[in-house]
Write a new protein. Structure first.
Length: 381
């Protein structure tokens, strides 16, 4: 049964989602100030990295609406535990206490080391009634990238694939334009806008010469073009590719220790970087690559650690990520087309029985134009 707390937390979660692509490596957070009678007095969300938090915007909104002197009567709903430390902004717990809120409802505690329950404890110690755990599952899914990064130091990896009904990503000739229709391709651009970085393998980069920028969907407030990443173990990609020359966004090339890419100097001049990654079994160590992107130390100036990574993978890279259990979720488009023969979306995953097949949690199908899309997670919340 849906309670009033559930209802208002759902509204806060919807607000939090508006910060996608603009707040990383901070979490997505939304807040709603609700009167005793169930009216919204104020609402807000964290909209830009380094900017005011959701609680600040919600309180400001309530004050603009004329309820600043009545906040002691209100309940504050917030999708993540209010912070209790001074970072780029003052602690939100101080704001909550200063405005006299007597009840605060929180979706879940913040695992960030500087918080980890301290905000809830401070509020309770001051006599505030704090409820924790309302819509917790949905809130954790919304902030999966933040939570993954805090827990592992690596980005949340989303594997995007588009295939025909019979599982082909290209015709026998190699032609792949286009597997899906225009609405699906526009949605992929929306996914790029919401991600910190977009990654392709050398095969895709060489065959398609992609720009990997957001073009078919507008960038929202605070969003910018994602970091572009290409796996080029041998450092043998042509230096004239758009990724290295168009200057539309920074590019990072991940190469092996012994590679001497011909584009290295030009890439650095264009604001990109070459990162050297160890090999494993004749391929780049994908785990080490994720560590480098999540750590952020060797990324170009102005590029923050990668918290969410969209992988637009060909069959080889997609298979490698899934086989190594490095893909956290999939966005798998299926087009109403049959080729009969072509390039399969995946190679062997070593599943000899149906019981060994990779399964996905919280799987949801949606229609996108004439195509369908599966969104699913490899792990429970």
């Amino acid at each position: 049964m849906t309670t009033d707390d559930d209802r208002w937390m759902d509204r806060a979660l919807a607000l939090a989602a508006r910060g996608a692509g603009a707040v990383s490596p901070n979490p997505l957070v939304g807040a709603v100030v609700v009167s005793p009678g169930g009216a919204v007095w104020g609402e807000g969300w964290h909209g830009a990295w380094g900017g005011p938090h959701a609680e600040v915007w919600a309180v400001r909104d309530a004050e603009r609406n004329g309820y600043g002197d009545r906040l002691t009567e209100a309940t504050l709903y917030v999708t993540l535990e209010p912070c209790s430390h001074t970072g780029k902004t003052p602690p939100c717990t101080s704001l909550v206490l200063d405005r006299g809120f007597r009840r605060v409802v929180v979706a879940h505690e913040d695992p960030f080391p500087a918080v980890v329950g301290r905000g809830v404890r401070r509020l309770r110690a001051a006599g505030v009634d704090v409820a924790v755990g309302v819509r917790e599952r949905a809130a954790r899914r919304l902030n999966e990238a933040f939570l993954t990064h805090v827990r592992t130091g690596r980005p949340l990896v989303t594997l995007k694939t588009a295939a025909t009904l019979d599982g082909q990503v290209a015709a026998a000739s190699g032609d792949s334009r286009w597997v899906t229709g225009r609405p699906a391709r526009a949605l992929v651009h929306r996914m790029r806008a919401d991600a910190d970085a977009v990654l392709v393998g050398a095969g895709t980069a060489h065959a398609d010469d992609p720009a990997l920028t957001v073009r078919a969907a507008p960038l929202g407030p605070g969003q910018r073009q994602p970091l572009r990443v290409v796996l080029d173990r041998a450092g043998a990609l042509p230096p004239g590719l758009a990724l290295f020359t168009d200057g539309a966004a920074p590019t990072v090339a991940l190469v092996s220790d012994g590679a001497a890419p011909p584009y290295a100097d030009a890439l650095r001049r264009a604001g990109g970087a070459v990162l050297r990654v160890p090999e494993r079994g004749g391929h780049l160590d994908l785990g080490a690559a994720l560590d480098a992107l999540g750590g952020g130390a060797d990324l170009p100036n102005g590029v923050r650690p990668v918290q969410s990574l969209l992988v637009e993978a060909g069959p080889g890279l997609a298979t490698a990520l899934l086989a190594a259990d490095l893909a956290d979720r999939v966005c798998w488009f299926v087009a109403p087309k049959l080729l009969g023969a072509g390039t399969p979306a995946l190679g062997s995953l070593g599943a000899g029985r149906m019981a060994d097949a990779l399964a996905f949690e919280d799987a949801v199908w949606e229609t996108v134009g004439d195509d369908v899309l599966l969104r699913g997670y490899r792990r429970a919340v």
